[in-house]
Design a protein around this ligand. Structure first.
Ligand code: NAG
Ligand code: NAG
Length: 400
């Protein structure tokens, strides 16, 4: 499924290069961006049980200082934000302070931690494997759930001396979470509450025809990548960022064409997209993942099930003790869950979300965004995400 998306994103970027922007933010990485907007920032490295070195970004308090200072460790509840597919901790920072969730939550008094899934730009290191090797990329969201989340959650709790944290996931950040608790249910008592923004588990109703076509052919594409020794999918690319900076001016016609390409995957919603942020968003997206992660979603589209990775019957038999991959056990995800979803989300279709909500044992709030055009990426970048998602989220968060 990878090749088509690759060409597609390249096309999108070419269109943007011809346009332009003098936005200095496209040169900044996550810590620099956070500093620029006046917030304290820390980077932490966490090693998983299987050797991946992950980077966490933290905004320990808001821009108006560490109010309630001496109480700080016990006083500020940790909130953990987990990005979606091909993204990074940057996804929570793609707007000014009063509009981006990471800043809003820090200003609201939380200790904000942002994860970076294995293989992305900030988590591309391992104690023994090299990113140039095939073994490094031998993972999907299954491993992100089984290894990455327990490691980072334990780390955040140990560092903050709290016994629980609140988890906010967007898209794949929710898939990982469901994989995580269904394989490690003992972690449920470390999660105060989970917020699933545009939650993704079963994906067979995805409305993006581009994705459906690619999913249908993913095996052929996967074989092609294997021949080319490509195991990584859409990594962070400095050259593209440089060109974006050099060739851009703020006029919007061609950017609209490029946006329509993005909307084909995520749902059409021009009014909610702030074009001023497009170059910055493109300089922080895509941030890379494994080909296998893409293949895992393709399997979900094809089978209509939310299962572990399908390696083929023989390998499945060795690994799982059965010919087909086991389904994730959503009934084991025994934490309070708040789902935020919308009607125009091509990737988290309402039918798939309803199925998910029916399988989870403890959905406390099932919230439909009251704006029918809201799409998959509006949950992180929508101009009115504050009004439609973050305000209700913070209100509910205060209850847990
Ligand atoms: C990767 O981690 C090792 C420690 O295991 C460290 O020595 C090395 O500098 C890291 N590489 C990068 C690119 O961060
Ligand atoms: C779009 O982003 C720019 C830069 O942060 C900001 O000044 C502007 O107000 C935003 N537009 C809307 C409609 O929110």
């Amino acid at each position: 499924m990878s090749l088509c998306i690759y060409y597609f994103v390249v096309l999108v970027m070419v269109v943007v290069w011809v346009q332009g922007n003098d936005n200095p933010d496209i040169y900044l990485d996550v810590p620099e961006l956070i500093k620029k907007y006046g917030y304290p920032v820390e980077s932490h490295q966490v090693v998983t049980e299987d050797g991946f070195i992950l980077t966490l970004h933290r905004i320990p308090h808001g821009r108006h200082g560490d109010i309630g200072g001496e109480n700080r460790v016990q006083g500020r509840h940790p909130v953990f934000l987990q990005h979606g597919l091909l993204s990074s901790s940057a996804c929570w920072l793609m707007a000014e302070p009063d509009k981006a969730l990471a800043y809003i939550a820090a200003d609201a008094g939380y200790d904000v931690w942002m994860g970076n899934a294995r293989g992305n730009h900030y988590s591309r290191n391992h104690t023994s494997l090299q990113p140039s090797s095939k073994e490094f990329w031998d993972f999907s969201y299954d491993e992100m759930g089984y290894y990455d989340l327990p490691a980072v959650i334990d780390y955040v709790l140990a560092t903050t001396e709290h016994s629980k944290l609140a988890y906010v996931g967007h898209s794949m950040g929710t898939t990982m979470f469901f994989a995580f608790l269904s394989s490690r249910p003992e972690y449920a008592n470390k999660i105060r509450v989970m917020f699933g923004l545009a939650p993704v588990a079963r994906v067979d109703h995805t409305r993006s025809t581009v994705l459906r076509d690619i999913a249908y052919r993913y095996r052929t594409l996967e074989d092609l990548f294997e021949v080319l020794h490509g195991y990584e999918f859409l990594p962070h690319n400095e050259l593209v960022i440089k060109w974006t900076e050099e060739l851009c001016t703020p006029e919007h016609t061609k950017e609209l064409i490029c946006l329509s390409a993005i909307f084909r995957l995520t749902g059409f919603d021009y009014p909610q997209f702030n074009l001023t942020w497009l170059p910055t968003i493109l300089s922080h997206t895509p941030e890379g993942t494994s080909i296998r992660t893409m293949a895992h979603y393709a399997q979900g589209i094809n089978t209509g099930k939310f299962c572990r990775f399908d390696f083929g019957w023989l390998h499945n038999l060795c690994r799982y003790g059965q010919i087909t991959p086991p389904e994730y056990s959503l009934s084991d995800v025994k934490v309070p869950i708040v789902l935020f979803w919308s009607k125009n989300d091509y990737l988290a279709d309402t039918q798939d979300v309803s199925w998910l909500a029916s399988q989870l044992p403890h959905v406390v709030i099932n919230y439909e965004v009251p704006y029918p055009k809201f799409n998959h990426i509006d949950f992180v970048w929508g101009i009115d995400a504050l009004k439609y998602v973050y305000k209700p989220l913070l209100k509910y968060l205060a209850f847990f």
